[in-house]
Design a protein around this ligand. Sequence first.
Ligand code: SDX
Length: 432
Amino acid sequence: MDNKEKTATLTINNTGETYEFPIFDGSVGPDVIDIRSLYAQTGHFTYDPGFTSTASCESGITYIDGDAGILSHRGYSIEELTEKSNYLEVCYLLLYGELPSKEQNADFTNKITRHSLIHEQLQYFFRGFRRDAHPMSIMVAVIGALSAFYHDSLDINDLEQREIATHRLVAKIPTLAASTYKYSIGQPFIYPRNDLNYAENFLHMCFSVPTEEYVVNPVLARAMDRIMILHADHEQNASTSTVRLAGSSKANPFACIASGVASLWGPAHGGANEAVLTMLEEIGSVDKIPEFIKRAKDKDDPFRLMGFGHRVYKNHDPRAGVLRGTCHEVLNELGIEDPHLALAMELERIALEDEYFIKRKLFPNVDFYSGIILKAMGFPTSMFTVLFSLSRTVGWISQWKEMIAEPTQKIGRPRQLYTGATTRPYVSLDDR
Ligand code: SDX
């Protein structure tokens, strides 16, 4: 942070006391008021339950400008990365801060390829679940369970162990996700293949069967790779903040990533892609759209237009635009006329002309189109958030690594505004 001697003055009017707080500015984006000394100086806390005005950390990984609809990773725009890069290269960029040289790329790819197998004992862990368990419940469990298998990469103070844990997580998450899918449909687990790239390997482990040759469709592999890039990292969203808070207690990286999966599962967050498909199925036809738009605006109705709105993007979500294009590409490649796409595009058109959505700057977000693509590829809706967590694992790890390496890192411990009962004497049961 560059402190150019800017300060903010706080005056507490009932005492007339004033306090000065330094202002820091980053390389781009809003300045921050450093209030770390606020409680010590004023005896007051700040109050920001949804963290709408709170920077929880300093980071150099991902930058979002919600008003301009900008998303960049280490300075590279998401549009350029989805067009010119690939997921594993973006993983390297997120983890190490720079695009890899040819040698670094080859070495990193080799390391990830060689860590893609999961311990054979883990297969028995899956077998403890019912076949109809939600895949996300299995993912939370098996990722946390990795800490029971890799005792040689749990010491977060050992840089080497941190590195190995990072490679193991990036490498094994597709194998775990594919195994979760195979388990849910009663098919045998498929081993990864070292001759396939990351996205090809994932599709292979999901859709091939031992009984016949499976050839990965290059258009679908490219689309999968692009979907993974688009979901890789997204600043301090709910699940990333969960991983950072879990990691601040120095919990092992596998447990921290499992906490991120748990948070992402929520329909207000990563569970929205599954909820979008469910919503489109509930709407059913274009003529029903006005009824659901009305419901979405009704404060007494809990219904929300899933896949719309975002805490940060008050302009378009740049990822939705790329996904809309990928949607058409995949459906054309597969020759699918998915009525959900036509319905989604009509819903988007109507919503974006509606004063309620315009006023609240509610645009389609990353989840609006991803589900339609994944369904066309053959994934059941219950797997959509699994794919989101697969893609986001590298973002969570990158943010965790940055937090752990922060010299001033301390355990995250927010305070509160207490509005409960004040001290009162205990009343025995006979007197109640
Ligand atoms: C992700 O943070 C990230 O970066 C997340 C993510 C990532 O990559 O990690 O981008 C991934 O989680 C994308 C978001 C996926 N969620 C959904 O699509 C679920 C539907 N969206 C909403 O639940 C909501 O828009 C949120 C949760 C995404 C954002 O909520 P905020 O910022 O807390 O906004 P809010 O709930 O205060 O809404 C502001 C107003 C309210 O109306 P008023 O009270 O002002 O009259 O907008 C309304 C809300 O009722 N509103 C919606 C709406 N979203 C907000 N009304 C109808 N439909 C919606 N989808």
